[in-house]
Design a protein around this ligand. Structure first.
Ligand code: ZN
Length: 422
C-alpha cells in the first residue's frame, strides 16, 4: 500500500521543483536563526534560483558540530515552541540532543506512516513495537507513525523477551518492529517456550537501527514466517522513517525526498559519487523547523539508485547501510565491515545467524575470530574460512560455539568484542 500516493509517486521533475522551494526555505531559515549557519552560509539572495547548485558549495555539518554546541546550540525556534526532545545514547562519546516542533512531529509521523505502509501494514492492523521507548527515537517514533496510519500499537519497548512472546500470542499483532538481532532472539525464545514462531499472527517485520544482510533477512523470514524489511533513520535528521524499504522490491530503501535531500559523497575527496557507487550518505532536511540540518554527514556508507521501483514509488533508493565509516575493521591491513562478514557467513546454510567477531591475541598482531552458532543438527560449516578469504580478502578464524554461547541482544547487537591480551 502507498500511504501518500500523490507525493510518493510524484514525477521526478515535480519532486525536484518541490525540493527547490523547500531547500530555499530551509537555507534562509537556518541562516537567520542558527548562529552556526549564520556564520557559515553565504548571502543567499543572489542564489535564489538555484538552491541545489548552491547546496553543493556549502560546508558540511558533522556530528562533532552538534556535540560542540551541546545541548541546544542548533535550536532554531524559541524554547516554548519545542514539543519533544530526544537524545543519542552517547555510546560514541558525548550524546547529542535533538528537538522537534509540533510541525516536525507531524512530518515525522507522516514518514513513519508511509514506512509502515511500504512494509505492508494497513490501517486496522496491530504493531508490536519492541524498540526502546525513551530518549531513543525508535520507540516513540514508530509509535506515533503507526497511530497516524491507523494501526494499533503494543508499546512493548525492548527487553523482557518472554513477555514479548506472551504479547504476540495473546494480542496477535500483525507486525513486529525492533532490531533484526532482537527479532532473531524473540524467535529463539518462542521456540524455547514451545511455540512455533512461524505459526504466530506476525506477517511483517520492520527491522533497523543496526546493519543487517539479506542472509539475515532470509533467516528472519523463515524463522518467523514474515516479510522482513529495512527501516533507516537517525535522530539528527528526525529518527526512523528517513528511508524505508518497500516489501514489493526489497532492493534498497526509498528516501522520503520531499522532506530529506540526498547526496552521496566520497568521504575522502568530499565530491559526489555517481549512482550505484558506494559513498557516505549526506542529508539535508527540507521542512524541519526546530533543528534544520544542512549537508549532515551521516557516516553511513550507501549507494543511491534513482531508477523507478516495481512498487511505483519514484523516490530515490539507497542501498542497505554497508556500515558506518567508524565501524570499519582493519584485519592485517585489509579493510572490512562487520556487515560484509555477516553477509558471507550467512550465505552458509549451516549458520544460525548468531555470531560475534572477537579480537584475540596480542595487540601487536591481533586475530579476528568469528564465533558463531550453527543451525542445530547441521555439521560445522565447511569451507567458510576459504570463502571469507575469497570474498573479502581477509583471513579469519572460524570457531563454532555451542547453541546459546553467543550473547543475545535485546537492542542493538554488539558485533565486535575485544579479548586481546597484553
Ligand atoms: Zn519500491
Amino acid at each position: 500500500m502507498i500511504w501518500d500516493r500523490s507525493v510518493e509517486t510524484l514525477e521526478r521533475s515535480r519532486l525536484q521543483s518541490l525540493q527547490r522551494t523547500r531547500l530555499s526555505w530551509t537555507l534562509h531559515w537556518a541562516r537567520e536563526r542558527v548562529p552556526f549557519y549564520a556564520e557559515r552560509l553565504p548571502d543567499l539572495d543572489r542564489w535564489e534560483r538555484h538552491p541545489q547548485e548552491l547546496l553543493q558549495e556549502l560546508p558540511f555539518t558533522i556530528k562533532s558540530d552538534l556535540r560542540d554546541r551541546y545541548p541546544l546550540g542548533f535550536l532554531a525556534v524559541p524554547r516554548q515552541e519545542v514539543r519533544r526532545f530526544h537524545a543519542s545514547s552517547g555510546t560514541r562519546g558525548k550524546p547529542t540532543v535533538v528537538a522537534y516542533t509540533e510541525h516536525d512531529l507531524t512530518m515525522w509521523a507522516e514518514v513513519v506512516a508511509r514506512s509502515l505502509a511500504a512494509a505492508g501494514m494497513e490501517p486496522g492492523q496491530v504493531l508490536q513495537n519492541a524498540y526502546g521507548y525513551g530518549l531513543f527515537t525508535g520507540g516513540l517514533g514508530l509509535h506515533q507513525g503507526a497511530e497516524r496510519l491507523g494501526v494499533a500499537v503494543i508499546p512493548a519497548s525492548g527487553g523482557q523477551t518472554e513477555r514479548q512472546v506472551q504479547l504476540i500470542t495473546d494480542l496477535g499483532p500483525d507486525g513486529l518492529a525492533c532490531t533484526p538481532s532482537y527479532a532473531l532472539y524473540i524467535a529463539e525464545t518462542m521456540q524455547a517456550m514451545g511455540i512455533a514462531p512461524q505459526d504466530t499472527s506476525l506477517k511483517t517485520g520492520i527491522f533497523g537501527a543496526e546493519p543487517w544482510s539479506d542472509g539475515m533477512r532470509e533467516r528472519l523470514e523463515a524463522a518467523l514466517g514474515i516479510q522482513a524489511v529495512d527501516i533507516y533513520g537517525l535522530s539528527e535528521i528526525t529518527g526512523p522513517g528517513v528511508a524505508m524499504e518497500c516489501v514489493e522490491g526489497k532492493a534498497g530503501l526509498h528516501v522520503f525526498e520531499d522532506f530529506f535531500y540526498v547526496e552521496v559523497i566520497d568521504p575522502r575527496t568530499l565530491q559526489p559519487v555517481g549512482p550505484g557507487e558506494v559513498g557516505e550518505l549526506v542529508l539535508t532536511t527540507l521542512s524541519k523547523e526546530a533543528m534544520p540540518m544542512i549537508r549532515y554527514r551521516t557516516g553511513d556508507l550507501v549507494s543511491a539508485n534513482p531508477e523507478p521501483c516495481v512498487c511505483g514509488r519514484t523516490m530515490t533508493r539507497i542501498s542497505r547501510v554497508h556500515g558506518r565509516s567508524d565501524d570499519m575493521l582493519i584485519v592485517r591491513g585489509v579493510n572490512v565491515f562487520p556487515s560484509e562478514i555477516e553477509r558471507v557467513i550467512l550465505s552458509h546454510p549451516g549458520a544460525s545467524g548468531q555470531y560475534q567477531l572477537v579480537w584475540e591475541g596480542h595487540p601487536s598482531r591481533p586475530d579476528l575470530v568469528v564465533e558463531m552458532e550453527a543451525v542445530p543438527g547441521t555439521a560445522a560449516p565447511e569451507g567458510l574460512r576459504e570463502h571469507l578469504h575469497a570474498q573479502l580478502g581477509v583471513h579469519l578464524t572460524i570457531r563454532v560455539v555451542e547453541a546459546g554461547a553467543v550473547p543475545r541482544s535485546q537492542g542493538k547487537a554488539v558485533r565486535v568484542v575485544n579479548r586481546m591480551t597484553e
